[in-house]
Design a protein around this ligand. Sequence first.
Ligand code: PLP
Length: 419
Amino acid sequence: MTKYYGISPKLLNIAEKADKKIAPLLDSVSSLAAYNQLKVLQAFHAEGLRAEDLFGTTGYGYHDRGREKTDNIFARIFGGETALVRWQFVSGTHAISTAILSNCKPKDIIAVLGRPYDTLRLLLEDSEKCASALAELGVKVYHLIPDNWPVNPKWVAQKIPKNTNLLFLQRSRGYSQQPSLSIKKIKEIIKECKRRLPSLLIMVDNCYGEFVEEKEPGDVGADFIAGSLIKNPGGSLVPTGGYIAGRKECVKKASERLLAPGLGENLGATLGFTRSILHGLFLAPQIVGEAVKGSMFSAAFWEDMGYKVFPKWKERRTDIIQGVILGSREKAIAFSKGIQMAGPVDSVVQPEGWKMPGYKDEIIMAGGTFIQGGSLELSCDAPFRQPYIVYLQGGISAAHSRLGCILAAKELEAIKAPV
Ligand SMILES: *Cc1c(COP(=O)(O)O)cnc(C)c1O
């Protein structure tokens, strides 16, 4: 296989060194996956899932038992009273912004910790060109940008304005250098903030975080959370969709915003999607485990290749993202080319940077994935901005992530030594 891909003994050697480094840590990831597997299975058992629940409904989708059970299963797993799991959410951004928009009204204050993910900036951040969508609705957005990370929970509690209605936290680093928020940190922030402001609502963007720890934000006091089904909880199988889970009144408002006032959670045909949503959820803990193992390998490998990485291979993780600082546009392109070459689909395609809707900078993405943009599958994203960081994520199997890294390294070597 090394011959087939033209991998040099030097690269192979670095890969083997990385294998050895991370080997002692892999057992703990397997145990985590096993724990979360049982948590998921228990939720299926508690809801008494039946074969006929998987078929789905058409038209209005009244009395769809499979949809109701899916919502309940998600609620159990993500620590909420209820959940809204729908393929009608077109993306994670759609689910998250539905959750935010439905839970605030004019004159409210939303506090946002750190910089939100790129696609949420039009909703949350003002720019030279336009006011944020929330500001236009008369909702005040207050940004809390700490001087240094990791953030001190007491600082957050002191800094949020006294009449804040909603605090928005993002678990994963997204595509930025600010570190991810561990469940422990989220718990402390929630505790400190609620002590000072008991009626404050706290929402967590859970994208990329599901099943990376034993607990979820809902287990430690978040009022509602949201995420994407083409990331972790979809187990790489779900073709599209998103979810919101949390307190009844918050999720109900979101369901009425997604559909129409008065319709809420009782409508929405599932067509044939229930099967893949639950099949994917069932696989998710295992596949997230593979992705985490792949990220650990990647951290060790790229560090040995001479690049700065975050997090480091030994660090505890709360998401599946691995950042590698490449330093130039040319390298970001070469790296993405290598990842694309490793994909099971479209491996012959050469990725290019483009102005993707919702993203401020040009961005290059690689993903020879079965689901378009599915990022629990091996994929990488590199916004074209200094210092040219590539964010690598996913991998249905750790072996695939490993090959992806090696092929990316081969492409990088090719630009260093042009023939
Ligand atoms: C991916 C992501 C989103 C948005 O999800 P899409 O499905 O790409 O719209 C939001 N927040 C974070 C932290 C993400 O990683």
